[in-house]
Structures are given as C-alpha cells and as structure tokens.
Design a protein around this ligand. Structure first.
Ligand code: FMN
Length: 214
C-alpha cells in the first residue's frame, strides 16, 4: 500500500457547553496524530458560526455558501479521514456535533472515521458511541471497528491534552494504527477510481469529484 503522502485528518469536536471537558480529549487526539506525522485540523464547532441547520452546504450555488461553512467544507473535503470526539448527552451525541455533521454530505464519502467518546461516569460514552456509528455510516464515512471510550473525562487529561494516566497513551496506539490502515486503504482506492460521468455507479462512487469537474 503506498503511504508516501502524509495523511490528512480532521478531528471533529462539538460540545458547546461552557467549561466543556471534552476539548482536552480532542487536543489529546490531535497531539497523537501529529506525533504520527498527520496533517491535522481540529474542527471545533465553536470556531465555526454554523446556524441550526437550514440549508446544507450542497444546497448553495458554488461560491454562495457562508464563509465559515465553505471553510469547513474545504477542510472536510481535503481530509483522508475523520476522528470524531463526542460527549454522551442523554445516551446520544451533543446537538452541536450533530448539527455540524449534518451540514455536509459528499465531502465525507469513501473516507473512514474513528470514534472517540467520553463521559463523566464510568462507561466512557459507549451509548453515544453506538449512536454515532449509525450516523457516520449514513453520512458515508464508515467507522473503523475499534473505538476509544474515555471514562471520567474530568481527570483524564490536562488542559493541553496530555494524558494524566499513561493507559491512554498505550490504548490509543492500536486505535490509530487501525485508523491509519483504513485511511491509506481507502485513499488508495479513491485514487484508482476512474471518475466518469457516463456510468451511474461511478457517478455515485465519485460524487464529490464529478460535482467539481462538471
Ligand atoms: C445534557 C447532558 C446530558 C448528559 N447525559 C449523559 C449520559 O447520558 N451519560 C453519561 O455518562 N453522562 C452524561 N452527561 C455527563 C457528561 O458525560 C459530562 O458532563 C461531560 O463532561 C460532557 O462533556 P463536555 O464537558 O465536553 O460537554 C450528560 C451531561 C449533559 C450536560
């Protein structure tokens, strides 16, 4: 498998609560990906002024989407894969995260995702994890088999995203090994895909590229 070009990975995080704890987990994941030489962008819902969903990005004419939505679309389009970092709110994912994810569609296609969940309690957000797998599959970015649940988030990392228990440094290795395997494999498959407007199947396979070239 060719691994010559750096992997580009977007870490997507969406809790809008003041004093939110999960940003530390997102920073931890960013650090670990950087250590593995990824081009990493932290997509924090707070940095993008997205409204509650009205029009999806694809519903705007080219060049007419609001600037922050365009910026986000470019990041998602550029990425080879996504690590989604999610809290558990009432056994599901935060509204801010769902709202961000729902604005986009073709940008995700044929790229893998990895799921990181967390909670204040002992279960690490595994019920949100189950929900998130279904959502990501529907969006077209199927999640890798391994996941990374974090319990007692308030004492897991410092503000810079350094793990306060080395168990996280150890556990994340296998998770990111697997994520990289899928990222390389799907990038290779996308690169070999002939995008022709003639074939309906290929049109679907290459939706993103065809939309751009027409
Ligand atoms: C609205 C809401 C719902 C929550 N629901 C759950 C839950 O279902 N399961 C759980 O383990 N923790 C739950 N919690 C506790 C969160 O795991 C904890 O507050 C965590 O720090 C939230 O992430 P954040 O600080 O990044 O927003 C909930 C918290 C909030 C604010």
């Amino acid at each position: 498998m060719s691994k010559s070009k750096k992997l580009s990975t977007a870490v997507i995080y969406g809790s809008a609560r003041r004093g939110r704890h999960g940003i530390k987990a997102a920073r931890f994941v960013v650090r670990k990906l950087e250590e593995r030489d990824h081009d990493v962008t932290l997509v924090d819902s707070e940095d993008f002024d997205l409204p509650l969903l009205d029009r999806m990005y694809k519903e705007y004419e080219t060049g007419q989407a609001p600037e922050s939505m365009q910026k986000l679309a470019d990041i998602l389009e550029e990425a080879d894969g996504y690590i989604v970092v999610s809290a558990e709110y009432n056994h599901s994912i935060p509204a801010a995260l769902k709202n961000l994810l729902d604005h986009f569609q073709s940008e995700y296609l044929y790229k893998p995702s990895g799921i990181v969940t967390y909670s204040a309690g002992p279960f690490g957000g595994v019920r949100a994890l189950v929900n998130l797998r279904a959502i990501l599959a529907e969006l077209g970015t199927p999640s890798i088999p391994s996941a990374f649940p974090i319990s007692q988030i308030f004492k897991a990392f410092d503000d810079d995203g350094t793990a306060l228990d080395t168990v996280y440094d150890e556990r994340i290795v296998r998770f990111l090994d697997e994520f990289e395997w899928y990222s390389h494999a799907l990038r290779q498959a996308r690169n070999h895909q002939q995008c022709s407007a003639d074939s309906p199947i290929q049109q679907q396979m290459c939706r993103g590229q065809i939309k751009k070239s027409l």
